[in-house]
Structure formats: structure tokens, C-alpha cells
Design a protein around this ligand. Structure first.
Ligand code: A3P
Length: 319
């Protein structure tokens, strides 16, 4: 559905006709404010820009697709849920992560909330409202203006993002997608929410400018030192672990609750589907660092490494 053009407003159709466009094996892409979108997603972005009114306490979880979005959502949900659970509810109550997939609990602005309207009903969200997006920071910040709301960005090694995206596309389209052409689009920067490096750099620079507003996290660090990263996330979100919690193993409980093994085994994640009919189970695969070694040729590795090195040069961002 995010590829359809029949949902577009007349205003968007006019805008689209003036935008640079391209095509990948899925459909048309339009470049808006430096970022490529499929038509319906662009409509969602435009609706968001028109209608979203940030609140000071809002939290936005941002990422390039396949960088660890689902995991970051689960951790954030679990961190806030523990505050509610400390003195009230009984053990029989289902944890939100057992009743819904993280994407059902933390919706995307452009795919869900603002897909069809610039004035969605957001009254069901209580403070702090937690939303998510794949928009780059240069676009997001225009709408947030001077709002002090918090943004967490999760970044992942481009080669693992690529492999994850390839598997996701194959699962989504139910056919084997040509890996070479997906790779070429990635290298050219053309693809949904691309260029990848502009995306990462927009949040990286934003986090250097204002570390209180943007927390820059890395999938690889979340894998290698999950407890430390979960504590870092909790502190940034304003709900740090107490000494007592640290002693009673609360950090590890959250890490375990949100582990790929645990989440992917839950009934809810094996039956449901997202907004655009993507089955929830496709968000969980291997969750490893370096899976690209099983898929990329040395030439492919070299090519993308050189591009990223060149693009990140001088930014202070290591890859
Ligand atoms: P792989 O395809 O490499 O396994 P996103 O959530 O941004 O769509 O990213 C999906 C990637 O994150 C997939 O990577 C998926 O397996 C991994 N993932 C999903 N849930 C995870 C979790 N709880 N812990 C670690 N990785 C997770």
C-alpha cells in the first residue's frame, strides 16, 4: 500500500510532478527534502508536516529501516512499563509486549498515524507519547521546531542493514529479490528513506549539536553490551534505574524480555500484521552483527566501505 498513488491528494500529485523521481524494483520513488520516498509514504510525511503538534514530553524513536527499530521500540516500551508495574497490577496482567507487536504499540508517523490524514486522533496516547519515524532529522526538525522533545536514533552497520533489507523485501514480496540491483540502489543512495549516509549523518550531527535532544545508539553496541546500553537509554529517557532495581536484576530482565529470542517466540508476533500488511514475524530474523559476511562478495564489501568512508569523512562518525 505504501506504493500506491491513488491515495494522494491533488496537492501531493502536483508536488510530485515537480520532484526528482527514480524507480527501484518495487516502484516509483520521489525525492523530497533530500530523501527518497514511495508515493504513499510521502503523503504521510506531508500530512505529518502539516498537522503534527509536538508536546514537550514526546519521545520519537528514529531509524533507517532495518537498523534495530523493533528492538528499540520494545526496550522503550519495557522501560516505561516497569514504572507502572512497580506497585500496582497483578502478575496475571499481560505485559503490553505480549499483547501487541512493538510496531503496534509505537506507531510510525508516516506509515500509520499520518498516512491518511493530517489530523489523526492522538488522544489515546498518554504522556510521554512515544512515536517513531524513518524520516531523516533534517525533515523531522522542521516540524518539531524548538520543541525539546527527545529523539532516540538507532544506527547500524550499512552492510548488515543491506542484508536485513534484502531478506525483509524477499519476505514481504514473497519472492527472491535480485540482490545485485538492491545493492546498486543502496550504493547510489536511491531507495526508500535513502541515501543511507545522509540519514545517519543527519541524526549524528543533531546528536553532537544537542546531546540532550538526540541520543545516538548503535545496534552493534546494543548487542555487545546490552545492559549498559539499556541503562543509557533509560537515563536519556528520564527514567533511570534505581540502585535497588540494579541490584534486583531489573536491567537484565528488560534485556531478556526484549531479546529477539523471547519476542520472536511470542504468539502475538507470529500471528499479527502491521499497517501495510507486513507480517510481524518478518521483523525478527537473525539479529546478528556481521551477517553480511555470509552474503556480500569482497568486491561488494569494498565498494560500500569506500562509499561510507568517503561520506562519513570529517564527521567524527566511525563505522
Ligand atoms: P536481521 O535481518 O539482520 O536479523 P528493524 O526492526 O529496524 O526493522 O530491523 C530488523 C532487524 O533487527 C533484523 O535484523 C531483526 O532480526 C533484528 N531484530 C529484531 N528484533 C530484535 C531484537 N529484539 N534484538 C535484536 N535484534 C532484533
Amino acid at each position: 500500500p505504501h506504493l500506491r498513488e491513488d491515495n494522494l491528494s491533488e496537492e501531493t500529485k502536483t508536488l510530485i510532478s515537480s520532484l526528482p523521481w527514480n524507480k527501484d524494483f518495487i516502484g516509483n520513488l520521489y525525492k523530497y527534502k533530500g530523501c527518497w520516498y514511495y508515493p504513499n509514504t510521502l503523503q504521510g510525511v506531508l500530512n505529518f508536516e502539516k498537522g503534527f503538534k509536538p508536546q514537550e514530553t514526546d519521545i520519537i524513536l528514529a531509524s533507517f529501516p532495518k537498523s534495530g527499530t523493533t528492538w528499540l521500540k520494545a526496550l522503550t516500551i519495557a522501560l516505561f512499563e516497569r514504572l507502572k508495574n512497580s506497585n500496582s497490577s497483578s502478575d496475571d496482567d499481560l505485559h503490553p509486549l505480549q499483547s501487541d507487536n512493538p510496531h503496534g504499540i509505537v506507531p510510525f508517523f508516516e506509515f500509520n498515524l499520518y498516512l491518511k490524514s493530517s489530523t489523526p486522533d492522538l488522544t489515546k496516547f498518554s504522556s510521554p507519547r512515544v512515536f517513531s519515524t524513518h524520516m531523516p532529522f533534517h525533515t523531522l526538525r522542521l516540524t518539531l521546531k524548538d520543541s525539546p522533545c527527545k529523539i532516540v536514533y538507532v544506527c547500524r552497520n550499512v552492510k548488515d542493514v543491506f542484508v536485513s533489507l534484502w531478506y525483509f523485501r524477499c519476505a514481504h514480496l514473497e519472492k527472491e529479490v535480485d540482490m545485485k540491483s538492491l545493492f546498486e540502489s543502496l550504493c547510489e543512495g536511491v531507495g526508500s528513506f535513502g541515501p543511507f549516509w545522509e540519514h545517519v549523518l543527519s541524526y549524528w550531527r543533531g546528536s553532537l549539536e544537542d546531546p540532550k535532544q538526540i541520543l545516538f545508539m548503535r545496534y552493534e553496541e546494543m548487542k555487545s553490551e546490552p545492559s549498559a546500553q539499556v541503562k543509557r537509554l533509560a537515563e536519556f529517557l528520564g527514567c533511570p534505574f534505581t540502585e535497588e532495581e540494579e541490584e534486583d536484576g531489573s536491567v537484565d530482565k528488560i534485556v531478556e524480555l526484549c531479546s529477539l529470542r523471547n519476542l520472536s517466540g511470542m504468539e502475538v508476533n507470529n500471528s499479527g500484521k502491521t499497517f501495510n500488511t507486513v507480517p510481524y514475524f518478518t521483523f525478527f530474523r537473525k539479529g546478528e552483527v556481521g551477517d553480511f559476511k555470509n552474503h556480500l562478495t569482497p568486491e561488494m564489501e569494498n565498494k560500500i566501505d569506500m562509499i561510507i568512508e568517503e561520506k562519513y569523512k570529517g564527521s567524527g562518525l566511525k563505522f
